[in-house]
Design a protein around this ligand. Structure first.
Ligand SMILES: C[S@@+](CC[C@H](N)C(=O)[O-])C[C@H]1O[C@@H](n2cnc3c(N)ncnc32)[C@H](O)[C@@H]1O
Length: 383
């Protein structure tokens, strides 16, 4: 597949592999996964994307004024604390990029300014756009440096008039020195404050804070694969650990007797509970809020049994409490989904004391970047 050239590749450095063809990228990722996980078993051929461009359903842009007072929006520069002004990125959903450029124009016409961290003056720090790839719904979150958002209702009215596909707009305040963070609260300025998307045939509510996989097409392949790999039956009790907004557990619920989910982020758990109702699930599924390690430790003490566990932790992997309790509970099957095969390899050292790795399947969820997502399937060893 011919490579698209990015004019700011060197300054941005978000696409570490963009100098390779897509086929070369897949080979590179295959070898990288084999290096990290090959000692646990044969690594199957990586499942690549049908279209490796414009896959990002979540786009964030930083806003700033340059030294001539011109408003720029874009991404952080890799080497310095500057930002690279961009109008479009070959990874982003095109509608999201157009909206961000539109917001830049509206700031000018409303005589509003990006927030200046030095003087603490101005308004906008960054913008988050989330697109429901299947429903076409679009969420825009405007993140200010303080609660001052002059002419906010007129601004939002003008934004939605210009981009009628926007279904909801929220406003959040980030007072911390960290960029690209949302404040805890989101004031809903238009619509419901969330969007809905359809993934593997189920409906999901996505709020500004919720984790939702950014590559819709590849996520459908990955979830289908992971659920099949768990070899679920109608007699099974399944634990969906690190469950986010409940995607995996809800999709898997058709195949099992019962699903339990555990997730740390309170708003994601609220979305998961609402997602159960959206999908008409009231009986065989429950999502709990808390730390996955502490939850499983309690379950191990109570002698709770799970037939299968699908875990999908953040890049840091699972902690000792979680892994030790998982080995103690000893479900028949474990499917470990990870966006960081290095921490996954670390965790497998504990799990393979009691489990045999039956398959290692990498997926390319993030074309042009170095990142690989990997699903490792395991079955309990005979005593
Ligand atoms: C990679 S996401 C997976 C979410 C979900 N399985 C999905 O595919 O959409 C990891 C999730 O783990 C949650 N998380 C991180 N640390 C946690 C912890 N200690 N206990 C429970 N959940 C945690 C995050 O909030 C996030 O929702």
């Amino acid at each position: 597949m011919a490579n698209k050239k990015c004019p700011v590749a060197k300054k941005c450095s978000g696409c570490q592999l963009s100098n390779m063809t897509y086929e070369q990228q897949l080979e590179w990722k295959q070898k990288d996964t084999e290096k990290l996980l090959g000692s646990f078993g044969k690594v199957s051929e990586i499942i690549g994307a049908d279209d490796p461009y414009n896959y990002r359903n979540k786009v964030q842009a930083v806003f700033r004024s340059d030294r001539n007072g011109r408003i720029i929006s874009g991404v952080y520069q890799s080497s310095r604390n500057g930002i690279v002004g961009i109008d479009s990125c070959m990874l982003d959903d095109k509608r999201a990029d157009e909206i961000i450029v539109g917001i830049r124009d509206l700031l000018r016409s409303f005589k509003l300014h990006p927030y200046d961290e030095g003087t603490e003056r101005g308004f906008l720090r960054h913008v988050l756009v989330r697109v429901g790839k299947n429903t076409g719904e679009i969420l825009v979150t405007l993140v200010g440096g303080n609660s001052m958002f002059p002419k906010k209702h007129d601004f939002v009215k003008a934004l939605v008039k210009r981009f009628p596909d926007i279904t909801t707009v929220t406003f959040s305040v980030n007072r911390t020195p960290e960029m690209l963070l949302l404040g805890e609260n989101n004031e809903v300025l238009y619509g419901e404050g969330y969007i809905t998307d359809i993934l593997c045939g189920k409906r999901f509510r996505i709020s500004p804070h919720s984790f939702y996989q950014i590559n819709h097409a590849q996520t459908e392949k990955l979830y289908d694969y992971a659920i099949k790999a768990a070899k679920l039956t109608k007699k099974d009790v399944l634990l969906d650990a690190y469950s986010g907004i409940g995607t995996i557990g809800i999709i898997a619920s058709d195949y099992v007797k019962q699903v339990q989910g555990i997730e740390y982020n309170a708003s994601a758990v609220r979305d998961a509970v609402k997602n159960c109702h959206e999908n008409g699930l009231t009986r065989n599924i429950a999502f709990n809020r808390g730390d996955a390690g502490e939850f499983l430790e309690k379950k191990a003490k109570l002698g709770t049994h799970y037939d299968a566990v699908i875990l999908d932790p953040a890049r840091t992997g699972a902690d000792r409490k979680f892994l030790n309790s998982l080995v103690k509970i000893a479900p028949e099957r474990i499917v470990y989904i990870s966006c960081n095969p290095a921490t996954q390899a670390r965790d497998l050292k504990t799990l393979t004391k009691k489990y045999t790795v039956t398959d290692i399947q990498p997926f390319d969820m993030f074309p042009h970047t170095r990142h690989v997502e990997c699903v490792v399937s395991m079955s309990r060893k005979e005593e």
